[in-house]
Design a protein around this ligand. Structure first.
Ligand SMILES: [Zn+2]
Length: 185
């Protein structure tokens, strides 16, 4: 994937995470943090520089694209959340979902190797039965006409996520006003 879909998933996660709760973080900060988390499993491409091969357990779409990895890292993030005055359970659950979304979205791509969803129990790489997302060229090769085509296709495929992430919500003042007007006299 060209990362655009993962950013859309992270921004959607930020919107869901903030829904109905007061938070000290601005929406921009929340979206940046959750998008970073959504992209994090692809840090495994750094392994190429150190001789890790694509198909290795810690290769691209290997261990970091497993449900186990999402559960462990998401739980750690939830445990650390109170240090930032954030709710532990809500943060942990949202982190697990956003991290898992990365691997599940990658299984919808039409190239490369699948994702090691069941690592460390099975090293098999999995694809979804339906693969509508074009796979993106890796590294510098992404900056090409093929990479641009993939980026545009992803931007379109994830339109519903963009709509949800950017759809205007009533501000706190607006909600308070409406609540006041609903109060029977
Ligand atoms: Zn990935």
């Amino acid at each position: 994937m060209a990362s655009i879909g993962h950013i859309a998933a992270g921004m959607t996660g930020a919107r869901l995470y903030r829904a109905g709760q007061h938070t000290r973080w601005s929406i921009i900060t929340s979206m940046a943090v959750w998008s970073f988390l959504s992209l994090l499993p692809d840090a495994d491409v750094l392994g190429f520089r150190f001789g890790v091969r694509y198909a290795d357990p810690w290769g691209h779409r290997g261990a970091t694209h497993s449900i186990f990895f999402s559960l462990v890292l998401g739980t750690l993030i939830g445990a650390a959340a109170p240090l930032f005055r954030l709710p532990a359970v809500r943060t942990g659950v949202c982190a697990v979902l956003v991290l898992s979304s990365h691997a599940l979205l990658d299984t919808l791509t039409d190239g490369g190797l699948g994702c090691a969803l069941l690592w460390p129990f099975k090293l098999k790489r999995y694809f979804a039965p339906w693969n509508p997302i074009p796979v993106a060229p890796i590294g510098r090769r992404f900056f090409s006409s093929a990479g641009l085509r993939v980026a545009l296709a992803e931007a379109l495929l994830f339109l519903p996520f963009w709509f949800y992430a950017f759809w205007p919500r009533p501000g706190r003042a607006a909600v308070t006003d409406r609540d006041d007007s609903d109060t029977p006299e």
